[in-house]
Design a protein around this ligand. Structure first.
Ligand SMILES: [Zn+2]
Length: 357
């Protein structure tokens, strides 16, 4: 099976791309879907199609970019003068986009402290100014914003005026995994297009083509999000580690989890709790194979434990002792997973999570 089309587009993005290119008319598009399905890739593909100058319809199936014209070459080199890509500083390296120079220079630029996880107002101001300039190549002026929910309120308000009255040939593609966190006024000015989760066989095939072992296991672990599954592999979340996790947690061991970044370790524990709860109420687990999960967990204890984990997740980026935190959480989950009296006893002297408050 072909892992992707000729232009490298993720195979499950074909249908949403066709919709974006033919089913939308506005000047602003909001692509939204779960994390890890490729909204950013789709946003760039749409922007490239809008900017392509190729005039041979045969080279542009479905109105896509031809990848051969001068504009397409400039996009590939990331130097197209009519394309601006806004991503938070903290994501620029991972996404391979350094963003615009003006955008990166806001508030003293990169030299200071931690790279920002937000799309700052300076960056959006630069995008607004960019949209108002005359097109360098005579076509559209396209701004891609991802993840759009990372615009802080000042950023979103700055963009709003331009979204309401777009100058000349300005067009916007916003991409987001959390559209509910966008200002309603920003959302309402965009034409919305949902990027669905890929079919499991398509996603697993894509992972298998990347030499990922046991792709179904990792796909389930990532909630069906193939890009997420692929990214996590680089952090040590492989299939054998995932499959031994329930056993380790039941034994009170944090050996595997302690090697993962804390937010990912907490996410794994949340998924374990979720699946144990599913089994406790007679439903099917979603993230782990059923035969690796303990039976007989108590619904009330598991619900309680899930709430603790949600709290821990909110604090997971804080610089407290990560190793210690994971161990306390593993004991907490173990107590909730164990059946009957033993679990109750564990529960009554559960580890203190005071450090998480
Ligand atoms: Zn082209």
């Amino acid at each position: 099976m072909s892992a992707s089309s000729d232009d490298g587009l993720l195979p499950w993005l074909e249908a949403p791309l066709a919709q974006a290119l033919h089913g939308t008319r506005g000047h602003a598009l909001l692509l939204h879907g779960m994390q890890g399905v490729g909204q950013f890739e789709l946003a760039l593909t749409v922007a490239a199609a809008w900017l392509c100058e190729g005039d041979d319809p045969a080279a542009r199936p479905g109105g896509r970019a031809c990848r051969g014209c001068a504009a397409c070459r400039l996009i590939a080199a990331r130097t197209h003068p009519d394309l601006m890509v806004l991503v938070p500083e903290a994501l620029q390296e991972a996404l391979g986009w350094s963003g615009s120079d003006e955008a990166a220079d806001g508030e003293g630029g990169k030299s200071k402290a931690k790279p920002s996880r937000e799309i700052k107002v300076e960056a959006v101001r630069a995008a607004v100014a960019f949209a108002q300039q005359t097109s360098s190549r005579g076509g559209a002026k396209v701004t891609v914003i991802y993840p759009a929910e990372r615009m802080n309120p000042a950023s979103a308000n700055t963009l709003l005026k331009t979204l309401e009255e777009p100058p000349g040939r300005a067009r916007f593609v916003l991409a987001s995994a959390a559209p509910q966190r966008l200002l309603p006024t920003v959302r309402s000015r965009c034409q919305s297009l949902r990027v669905p989760l890929p079919a499991p066989d398509v996603a697993a095939g894509w992972l298998a083509a990347r030499q990922v072992a046991q792709p179904e296991v990792l796909l389930a672990a990532a909630g069906g999000q193939p890009l997420e599954a692929h990214e996590r592999l680089a952090l040590g979340v492989d299939a054998p580690a995932w499959l031994r996790l329930p056993r380790e947690v039941l034994a009170g061991q944090a050996a595997t989890l302690a090697t993962w970044p804390l937010p990912i370790a907490i996410d794994a524990l949340q998924k374990l709790c979720h699946d144990a709860l599913a089994i406790a109420v007679g439903a099917l687990p979603r993230y782990f194979p059923a035969d690796g999960l303990p039976a007989g967990g108590d619904v009330a204890r598991l619900t309680d434990c899930s709430a603790d984990l949600r709290r821990a997740a909110r604090h997971a980026e804080h610089p407290w002792n990560a190793g210690l935190g994971v161990e306390a959480l593993v004991l907490r989950v173990r107590a909730a997973l164990r059946p009957g009296k033993e679990g109750d006893a564990q529960h009554s002297r559960r580890p203190s999570l005071a450090t998480l408050k």
